[in-house]
Design a protein around this ligand. Structure first.
Ligand SMILES: Nc1ccn([C@@H]2O[C@H](COP(=O)(O)O)[C@@H](O)[C@H]2O)c(=O)n1
Ligand SMILES: C[C@@]1(CO)OP(=O)(O)OP(=O)(O)OC[C@H]1O
Length: 163
């Protein structure tokens, strides 16, 4: 059996925080605000996987009112979510993501981020795609107020002999 999930998340850009995207610290004058390390890309991947499993969303599993998750490294959240998938007998088909950011320029970091995500999901880098786009200066992203991320994932049940 194959299942699909999608995720979308947004975090506000503020001064005095590191910018962490896909588990990688990106040099920039601002960082994302959140209860956790605010890694918007890993959050949207968590949501896509939870979506494919019909298990709700990241806030349901890791509430932003719980001090346990204060400043947590989102790599830990993704590892937890991924274990929910593997425990149900799923492996990754493919993951496609988009970072929506006016700045910084993401292209120098894309391969590093792909590698990091592949490692977290115990899969080959060929199964992971990371894209970036601006909004041509339009809207909250264009004004540099925040960064959004989108993800689509396919999960394949290990019992399936179709793939
Ligand atoms: N934060 C970003 C945004 C975009 N890119 C790269 O630039 C290309 C063109 O972006 P447009 O928004 O003008 O379509 C895009 O395809 C990315 O390769 C980037 O590196 N970082
Ligand atoms: C990750 C969690 C938990 O620390 O907090 P945030 O970093 O605020 O992120 P968000 O995407 O708003 O929601 C999920 C949360 O519950």
């Amino acid at each position: 059996m194959i299942r699909f999930g999608q995720g979308y998340d947004v975090h506000r850009l503020v001064e005095g925080r590191p910018l962490i995207l896909g588990g990688i610290e990106i040099p920039f004058e601002k960082g994302l605000l959140g209860h956790s390390d605010a890694d918007v890309l890993l959050h949207t991947i968590c949501d896509a996987i939870l979506g494919a499993l019909a298990l709700g969303d990241i806030g349901k599993h890791f509430p932003d009112t719980d001090p346990l998750y204060k400043d947590i490294d989102s790599k830990k959240l993704l590892l937890d979510v991924w274990s929910m998938a593997t425990q149900q007998g799923y492996r990754l088909g493919n993951l496609d993501t988009t970072i929506v950011a006016q700045q910084p320029k993401m292209s120098p970091y894309i391969e590093l981020i792909r590698k990091q995500i592949a490692k977290l999901l115990s899969t080959s880098i060929e199964n992971i795609n990371v894209k970036a786009t601006t909004t041509e200066t339009l809207g909250f992203v264009g004004r540099g107020e925040g960064i959004a991320a989108i993800a689509v994932v396919s999960l394949i049940n290990k019992e399936s002999n179709h793939f």
